[in-house]
Design a protein around this ligand. Sequence first.
Ligand code: PEP
Length: 258
Amino acid sequence: MSRLPIMAGNWKMNLNHVEAVGLVQKLAWTLADQHYDPTKCEAVVIPPFTDLRTVQTLIDGDKLPLKHGAQDLSQNDNGAFTGDISADMLVKLDCSYVVIGHSERREYHHESDELINAKAVKALSKGLVPIICVGEGLEVRRQGTHVEHTVAQVKGALAGISGEDVAGLVIAYEPIWAIGTGEVATPEDAQEVCGAIRAAVRDLYGDSVADQVRIQYGGSVKAANVGAIMAKPDVDGCLVGGASLKPEEFAAIIRFYD
Ligand code: PEP
């Protein structure tokens, strides 16, 4: 079963809408120069909420071969939730994807597996594709229970979600100790956990769903290491932080297939 690779650039809390224009344009020019083929790898940018409108306008206006998504959403539809952003708001901005349960939200905003599950359910109900983040911290890795820990997060996030929906979503395995540290899990580390995630999905939903769900690796991915990571059979793409702010570097990651 062949799955379309997906590279998603999570800008985190960086750039303003003017800088966003520069980054998206430079990324698009670089990809065009290098004859990027969107049928070989899907390219997604994930700006802060405040840049989404600008990015939407650029992508739509210039028919750029990029998709865009948001870094979070509310599990609620609307109402008195100051500071939150709803799924409908993201849909109105043509978002295709939404990152849910990034380790920084789990840590700084105390997001639980239950909340992440509620957000995933909400995203799916509105036609947004969740990129559900899971992964262990250094302590868990040292104890050697990283596979069980991560699979439990996956099961928590997917609770009550249908096989049809799971087949279309994205799970990002991000060992927290490798995020923004320059420390990269080896391709074998990535495969160990991504393979275990797919096996867990197979147990829960069967072969067809497990063969369709896309699983990303994230953690200090760069042009120099993306090829070895993507060579692993259960890695279908990467969630990229720092390197996605550098247009040439992110373009090279997207074009890993050459
Ligand atoms: C991330 O933000 O999810 C991430 C993987 O960051 P970095 O690529 O900078 O490690």
